[in-house]
Design a protein around this ligand. Structure first.
Ligand code: NAD
Length: 492
């Protein structure tokens, strides 16, 4: 398993300038354990500089004067440049995250380009409204950018998460400081290059790398930051909320999940088995909306499990850069440890390990077998806590009522799916499930056009679609009195 690029020292982007630091940290290829890059270890002073650059760019300079149409053309160009550099993005993503190249090409990179192109079309469609107000008066609203936005993203979809954050923020006229996850910063830095090449003015997008607990927290509490947008674990999200509260920053959070994937007895079994595999093993299960709780109706439970295990056995796990690979490496050693620990917990709790459960030791990196637990009850820790790996809990249910009860019996509410050929049942269940997304007879559909976000402890706010523009704009209400005479309140 060879890496695609030689070890390189990368720079950060602040105020349109690329800078290096003596303090750096290594970026590892999780499939080979080789070091593939070194990036700056930014500190609070660097954060101050980035925030100042974003503030100046927001208040003065070219950005606030630019027409919405020109902003749109810039965003579109970024999308085009991602496409032109697609192969480099795909390889960088695979060698730092460990995900199969066929996924980085078809999903991560393609959707990231789409995201910029989608929001390119929205820049000149953001507008206020006129409001009927009583008396001889008139009110209208302006929809304005929030200002300087700090964006902190995770390692599971490094480029795509950067796109989900930066594209709508720029679309609405904000300026940005992006902090990628420390283990996967390279595609965000490549994106910064592309953004600069597209002609985005200096200071509008700043990308800095460094420890979350230090510069992430500092960004979230920085008095000159107007909003923080975060994607990551629910525990970190809680901290971010606390940190942001000091200056009442606007906060949007995309957090963890333990999504129910419900298969009714009347489902098309072939489709459901296939969808359940995709629901849990896509991206090695390191997906916030992974269908990690697989509910199967009791009448088809045994047959379903048989077919599901048979197909899981055939998944090709291996070199992420091999086009035939269907599952790559986990993103880090600590992730491998966490997944292994949860497998032990599941066994101690009395679940049956129907397939997998072990690290793959004949491969050089952090590989783990596709893992299936059966005879799981929804109260077990493996069914309630986010494992964030290729581990699925198959849980039996009796009927529709039982499925809905168990599906909702979680602190999370990010996504869900229903497999049935009964249209009315599908819509009934879709309404009853407390989650931000319900897929019917499909899984992991995440087009840029559709809202995405969490109920309950899975998040605050909705990304993608027109909904993301709510996160990056604020409404100003302008009130105009049309009377010729004074108000007369104090005519004594
Ligand atoms: P994480 O919370 O550990 O880290 C996310 C980001 O926050 C990283 O950039 C990290 O450096 C930074 N960070 C860490 N500690 C911080 C702190 N104290 N203050 C400020 N920033 C800090 O999450 P992760 O392990 O990178 O990602 C996996 C998690 O992300 C999973 O829980 C997954 O469900 C979630 N996720 C959610 C979505 C969604 O859209 N809901 C999408 C992808 C991932």
């Amino acid at each position: 398993m060879a890496t695609a690029v030689a070890t390189k020292t990368y720079k950060n982007l602040i105020d349109g300038e690329w800078f290096e630091k003596n303090e750096q940290f290594d970026v590892e290829n999780p499939a080979t354990r080789e070091i593939v890059g070194r990036v700056p270890r930014c500190d609070r002073k660097d954060v101050d500089r980035a925030v100042k650059a974003a503030r100046v760019a927001f208040e003065s300079g070219k950005w606030p004067k630019m027409s919405a149409g020109d902003r749109g053309r810039l965003l579109y160009k970024i999308g085009q440049l991602i496409r032109e550099n697609a192969e480099e993005f795909a390889r960088l993503e695979s060698i730092t995250n460990g995900k199969p190249i066929r996924e980085t090409r078809l999903a991560d990179v393609a959707l990231a380009a789409d995201c910029f192109e989608y929001y390119a079309g929205y820049t000149n469609k953001i507008h206020g409204e006129t409001v009927p107000t009583p008396g001889n008066s008139f009110n209208y609203t302006l929809r304005e950018p929030v200002g300087v936005v700090a964006q902190i993203i995770p390692w599971n979809f490094p480029l795509l998460m950067a796109a989900w954050k930066i594209a709508p923020a720029l679309c609405a006229g904000n300026t940005v400081i992006l902090k990628p996850a420390s283990i996967t910063p390279l595609t965000a830095l490549k994106l910064a290059e592309v953004i600069t090449e597209a002609g985005v003015p200096r200071g509008v997008v700043n990308v800095i790398t460094g420890p979350g607990a230090e510069i992430g927290e500092y960004l979230a509490s920085h008095p000159e930051v107007d909003k923080v947008a975060f994607t990551g674990e629910t525990v970190t999200g809680r901290l971010i909320m606390q940190m942001a509260s000091g200056t009442m920053k606007k906060v949007s959070l995309e957090l963890g999940g333990k999504s129910p994937n419900i298969v009714f007895a009347d489902a098309d079994l072939n489709k459901a088995v296939d969808g359940a595999l995709f629901g849990i093993f896509f991206n090695q299960g390191q997906v916030c909306c992974a269908g990690s709780r697989l509910f199967v109706e009791e009448g088809i439970y045994d047959e379903f499990v048989k077919r599901f295990v048979e197909k899981a056995r055939k998944i090709r796990v291996g070199d992420p850069l091999d086009e035939n690979t269907q599952m790559g490496a986990l993103a880090s050693e600590s992730q491998l440890r966490k997944v292994s620990e949860f497998v032990e917990i599941g066994q101690r709790e009395g679940a049956t390990l129907a397939y997998g459960g072990n690290p793959i030791t004949n491969l050089p990196g952090y590989f783990f077998e596709p893992t299936i637990f059966t005879n799981v009850t929804n109260t077990m820790r493996i069914a309630q806590e986010e494992i964030f790996g290729p581990v699925v809990c198959v849980i039996k249910f009796k009927d529709e009522k039982d499925a809905i009860f168990q599906a909702n019996d979680t602190i999370y509410g990010l996504a869900s799916a229903v497999w049935t050929q009964d249209l009315t049942k599908a819509h009934r269940v879709a309404r009853a499930i407390k989650a931000g997304t319900v897929w019917v007879n499909t899984y992991n559909q995440l087009p840029n056009e559709a809202a995405f976000g969490g109920y309950k402890q899975s998040g605050v706010g909705r990304e993608l679609g027109v909904h993301a523009l709510e996160l990056y704009t604020q409404v100003k209400s302008v009130f105009v009195d049309l009377n010729e005479k004074p108000m007369g309140w104090y005519d004594n």
